[in-house]
Design a protein around this ligand. Structure first.
Ligand code: ATP
Ligand code: MG
Length: 351
């Protein structure tokens, strides 16, 4: 799929005069100094009359915030708000993620680079990022809209997900990880149920890679903004070097939670975890969780332990896990994720 290949041509000014008109429109989103990041690179928008319009010429299929209507808020995370938005001229729906940051000027370039990485990803198992804007400490990211919401939303409704569906979900997540790890050399760093999005076609896609890197890199905000430590690998918690196998640990915990309906680590006290350090200590100090063999197939149990190994060297890669018997064992059972996502615990989260 070609990014930006949607029918967005109506937004594109066809000649240089209309470009300058477009930029100076009173409702326009851009102001001098605004930064646009897209697949062609990073550009500073200038409204300076002395500069020729060609300097501000927008690329093909450019999406701009002024051409978008906000429909409703569909989610809130630690870092910001996600809204369902509609493109004024094409009627196309998108999700607009808005993150407010208190960042210093020198971080702008770094953020722009991260956003560019975000946008360069093109894979059916990764949520498409069409455009990102950075303006005055606010990052707006135009994302593919996933009408089933997140796996976290879905799990809240259905409580547990049967193995056959989990196998089909897991296969798609592995394809996404394979793409990020092997083709793009990106580590997600924040794989969790709320960063796996689903839709009515039965698709499962990874989102928010790159965003966690931005939030971590903005000084002093890591603790408050990078939401949960729950799915973090032991080596990451201990501050050791971490790589793509950290994402595999998170995948194992996510699958186990979906299968059992509970987060795999339980607090020592009934009232819950006293603080996040207690949980972090458990992840680093305790043996890894396992799938109960009396409730799940040997293939599922073996898949979980292939992911949830405390030593990252003993964890399998996304590539190797694709060949695991758990991924193929339900292939002949006509698993219909589209029907499952649409009917189980309906209506879909965001519609
Ligand atoms: P955290 O901030 O701790 O990472 P989070 O991942 O839930 O938590 P956000 O990434 O801001 O936070 O997402 C909030 C919610 O918005 C998600 O749980 C999901 O329900 C919804 N959402 C996010 N992106 C999309 C999208 N592209 N399409 C549809 N819904 C989305
Ligand atoms: Mg998220």
């Amino acid at each position: 799929m070609k990014k930006g290949s949607l029918n967005l041509e109506l937004t594109i000014p066809s000649d240089e005069n209309s470009v300058s008109e477009f930029i100076s429109t009173p409702t326009g989103t851009f102001r001098a100094g605004d930064l646009i990041v897209d697949k062609n690179g990073i550009r500073i928008i200038s409204q300076n009359e002395d500069e020729p319009p060609s300097l501000i010429k927008l690329s093909d299929n450019q999406l701009i915030l002024a051409d978008i209507d906000i429909i409703k808020v569909i989610g809130k995370g630690n870092g910001g708000v996600v809204q369902l938005v509609q493109h004024k001229w094409t009627g196309q729906f998108f999700a607009l993620k808005v993150i407010q940051l208190n960042i210093q000027e020198q971080n702008r370039k770094h953020i722009a680079q991260e956003l560019k990485i975000n946008q360069s990803a093109q894979c059916p198992y990764v949520v498409v990022c069409y455009q990102s804007f950075y303006d005055n400490g606010v990052i707006s990211i135009v994302l593919e809209y996933m009408d089933g919401g997140s796996l976290a939303d879905f799990l809240n409704k259905v409580k547990t997900i049967p193995e056959s569906y989990l196998s089909a979900i897991c296969k798609q997540v592995l394809m996404g990880l394979l793409y990020l790890h092997h083709d793009k050399h990106i580590i997600h760093r924040d794989l969790k149920p709320s960063n796996l999005l689903i839709n009515h076609t039965g698709a499962v896609k990874i989102t928010d890679f790159g965003v966690s890197a931005i939030l971590e890199s903005t000084s002093g905000q890591a603790n408050t903004l990078v939401g949960t430590y729950n799915y973090m690998s032991p080596e990451r918690i201990s501050g050791a070097k971490h790589g793509s196998r950290s994402d595999i640990w998170s995948l194992g915990l996510v699958l186990l939670e979906c299968a059992t309906g509970k987060f795999p680590y339980s607090p020592p006290e009934e009232e819950g975890w006293v603080n996040c350090y207690e949980l972090m200590e458990a992840i680093v100090g305790q043996p890894p969780p396992r799938a109960p063999s009396d409730q799940f197939s040997p293939e599922f149990c073996s898949f979980i332990s292939a992911c949830v190994q405390k030593d990252p060297k003993h964890r399998q890669s996304a590539h190797k896990l694709m060949e695991h018997p758990f991924i193929s064992m339900y292939e002949d059972s006509n698993v219909d994720l589209a029907a499952y996502f649409t009917n189980a615990g309906s209506p879909l989260a965001t519609f």
